[in-house]
Each structure stands twice: as C-alpha cells, then as structure tokens.
Design a protein around this ligand. Structure first.
Ligand code: FAD
Length: 387
C-alpha cells in the first residue's frame, strides 16, 4: 500500500453514501481530496430504492453545526418542523406539554431522513472531485493492501484505495472485514426491544396532533413516540419487546391489535385509520449499541458514524453524532496538514469518550421516556424546576 500521508491527489474511498458518508465526501472535497463514494443501494433520488430506517429524524444543533459548515443548513431546514417540547399522552386524562427549555424557545427539528439524504447526495455529487458509485456493495476488504471487492449488477469489481473510510452504518462490512482480519474487536449489544413504525395521516388537510411537539406515550414496558412530517402526517415509532409473549409477537390478529391499542393507546385508533394494517404488515426493527476498537488501522482504514458507534435512538442523537464525527475529522485533517496517519488516531482519541457518553445516555433516556416522564415524582421535580 502506498504511503497515504498528505495524499490529497490520491482518491479516498468512502463506503456508504448514507448521512455520514455523503457529508464526509463534501468535507473532503472542500479540502481538495478526490473521493470515490460507494453505495450498495441504487440512487434513492430516482425513487427506485428502498428507503432506510425511520422516516424522520430529530436533528439538533450538533448536526446542524456540521451542515452549516458546508452551507447545507438552509436546505436541510427548509421543511423542518421545530419541536419545542415533549407532549405526554397518558392512558387517561389531559395531555401534558413539557418544554425543552425554560424560555420555551429551544427546539429540536423533525426532518425527513430521505430528503436530508437526497440533499447530501446532491451536495456530494456537485462537489469537485467526488464520484458516486451506486449499486456497489462492499463485500471484501484487505486492510493491508487497501483492495476492496464490490458486488455490482455487472459483476464483481475490485478497486484499491490508499485510504478507506467505512461510513456503512451499524452493520458495517468494513468493520466486519477488520474484525475478520483480527485488527479490531467489537461488542454488539442488542436490546430486547424492537421498533415498528405506524402512521397518523393528516386529518382534513391539517395535523392531527400539535406539530410543535415530540409526542410520547410512556407505558412502562412499551413506549410510543410520534414526530411530525411536512405533509402534515405523523410517523409513530412503537418500542416494545421484540420477542416473547409480552411484546410485538403477542398481537397476531386484527381484533387483538385493535383491542390492545384501544386499551393502552386510546387516543391513537381514531387518528390512525390504517393502524391494524400498518401493525400487521410493518417490520420490527432491531435496536442495539455497537462498541468497537480501534476505529482505525495504520492510518489507512477507518470507521465513522454508526459503523464505529451505533447507539439506540432514544436520545435522537445517532445522526447528529455521525455529523459531529465528520466535522471533527475535518478539524483533525486541518491540524495535521492532511496526514491521514496522524489525523485518524487523533480523531478516534477526541471522539471516543463523547460517543461512549452518548451511548450510555441514550440507553438511560429509554427508561426516562418510557417511565419517568409520566411518573408523579418526575412531574414534581419538573414543576419545582420551572417554578
Ligand atoms: P447509515 O445512515 O446507516 O448509512 C449507511 C450507508 O451505507 C447506507 O446508505 C447503506 O446503504 C450503506 N451501506 C451499508 N453497507 C454497505 C456496503 N456493504 N457497501 C456499500 N454501502 C453500504 N439519529 C438522530 O440523530 N436523530 C433521530 O431522531 C434518530 N432517530 C432514529 C430512529 C430510529 C428508529 C433509528 C433506528 C435510528 C435513529 N437515529 C436517529 C440514528 C440514525 O439513523 C443513525 O445514527 C444515522 O443514520 C447514522 O448515519 P450513518 O451514515 O453512519 O449510517
């Protein structure tokens, strides 16, 4: 493998044109690097591709900061819906709005994952020196030589790059290849809980719930949240044990689904006409935390975003964190004169502690969201805090 130190003129391979990979391509292009971006899916902008998990995302200042640096904030925020607090839906009784800040001004933003990915793809595609290869699924990687094997509709393609960044998500093949080569250790911690998406369509052309809030139905052993979409619908995400008798698998007939929601989420059925159909046909997604290390090998192959540190979604920070990774890697390259050999270990050193902290906080927030936001003790504490 050639020495990649200060190799601006050599092509950097980024695997995965998801949120982190596209943003990284834009940042690297700005630094004068040539980038080959490999994506296993077809171009999602053609409409032919399957869409990724979760229809919308909560984007906060951490993520916006990175987008701002490449002038993408305005486009990303064009259809964003600010959510200034959480709206708690009890089984019975009135809704309870809990603002995110004392002055009620701070907000997190509900945005479409697909629209954000499309905006990032457009930006990467028009950045100088970036080439995007869709329908290229990485299936092999030799970390010593930098040779990658991609499966494409035309057959197997082998390419070599001096620097390879795996931005290929929680199930990262780059990480798997480093593991197989014995140069990385990983720990995958799956929750017993899974998630299923359900829809609340617009009612008479308007939002059926307050679009200025993130809606939460805390139910102890289960929990549901809903975020607004620009078409005035809401996407609900129901979290419940993935297997066993007291989770998703317990509802197998339309009547059982109907009964369950009328009993535990009584305000939902009137708002969600396709609830039973959605429930019975939509898949259950898995949730887990990825811990691995090192995130880079020899300053030539590295991981970033979910590939390095996927977290459970209860803090709404996974994508925000992946964007922060990109901004930090850009800083590390700037500080080291674009020496990958120096920048990649520095990146890991600076980001590891923060990503470990958010992984713990995300797990803790699950307990808070499904239980504590509705508990009388939490209500007392909150009222004292806002007094
Ligand atoms: P990904 O978005 O997973 O992108 C990886 C890309 O790599 C994909 O395009 C994939 O097709 C491609 N790829 C995979 N394998 C290969 C291969 N072998 N070869 C080539 N390409 C490949 N985060 C937030 O900040 N806010 C939220 O509100 C939020 N809500 C969430 C809700 C749910 C239910 C879930 C599951 C996650 C949520 N997240 C949220 C987390 C967020 O989705 C991730 O952290 C984010 O998508 C990570 O971006 P990434 O680019 O690292 O990975």
């Amino acid at each position: 493998m050639t020495d990649p130190t200060t190799e601006n003129e050599q092509e950097v391979a980024v695997v995965g044109a998801g949120l982190a990979g596209c943003l990284l391509a834009c940042f690297l292009a700005r630094r004068g690097h040539r980038v080959a971006l490999y994506e296993r899916r077809p171009d999602p902008r053609t409409g032919a591709a399957e869409r990724g998990r979760s229809i919308n995302l909560a984007l906060s200042e951490r993520g916006l900061d990175a987008l701002r640096r490449i002038d993408l904030e305005e486009r990303a925020m064009a259809d964003a819906l600010p959510m200034r607090g959480r709206m708690i839906h009890p089984v019975a009784g009135p809704l309870d709005f809990q603002p995110y800040s004392r002055d009620g001004d701070r907000a997190i933003n509900s945005i479409s994952r697909a629209a954000l990915n499309d905006a990032l793809l457009d930006a990467a595609e028009s950045a100088p020196g970036v080439k995007i290869f869709f329908n290229h699924r990485l299936t092999g990687l030799d970390p010593d030589t930098g040779e990658m094997r991609h499966e494409t509709p035309e057959g197997t393609v082998r390419v070599t790059a001096p620097v390879i960044i795996g931005a290929d998500g929680a199930g990262s093949v780059v990480r798997g290849q480093l593991l197989a080569a014995g140069v990385l250790e990983e720990n995958l911690d799956f929750l017993d809980y899974g998630y299923k998406e359900l829809a609340i369509p617009a009612a008479h052309g308007d939002f059926a719930l307050d679009p200025g809030a993130l809606h939460i139905w805390p139910r102890g052993t289960s929990m549901m949240i809903a975020l607004p979409n620009p078409d005035r619908s809401f996407t609900c995400t129901l979290f419940w044990p993935a297997g066993g008798p007291a989770g998703f698998a317990s509802l197998t007939s339309p009547a059982a689904v109907e009964r369950h929601f009328r009993e535990h989420y009584p305000d939902l059925p009137p708002l969600a006409p396709a609830l039973v159909e959605d429930y019975l046909s939509n898949p259950v997604g898995r949730l887990g935390t990825v811990r691995c290390g090192p995130w880079q090998v020899n300053g030539t192959v590295a991981l970033l975003g979910d590939a390095a540190h996927a977290i459970v979604p209860f803090y709404g920070q996974g994508a925000n964190c992946a964007f922060e990774d990109v901004a930090e890697l850009d800083r590390c390259l700037a500080e080291t004169g674009d020496s990958w050999r120096l920048a990649l270990p520095l990146f890991e050193q600076r980001r590891r502690e923060n990503t470990e902290a958010i992984a713990r906080m995300a797990l803790a927030n699950f307990v808070e969201m499904r239980d504590r936001v509705a508990s009388p003790w939490f209500q007392l504490g909150r009222r004292a805090e806002h007094a």
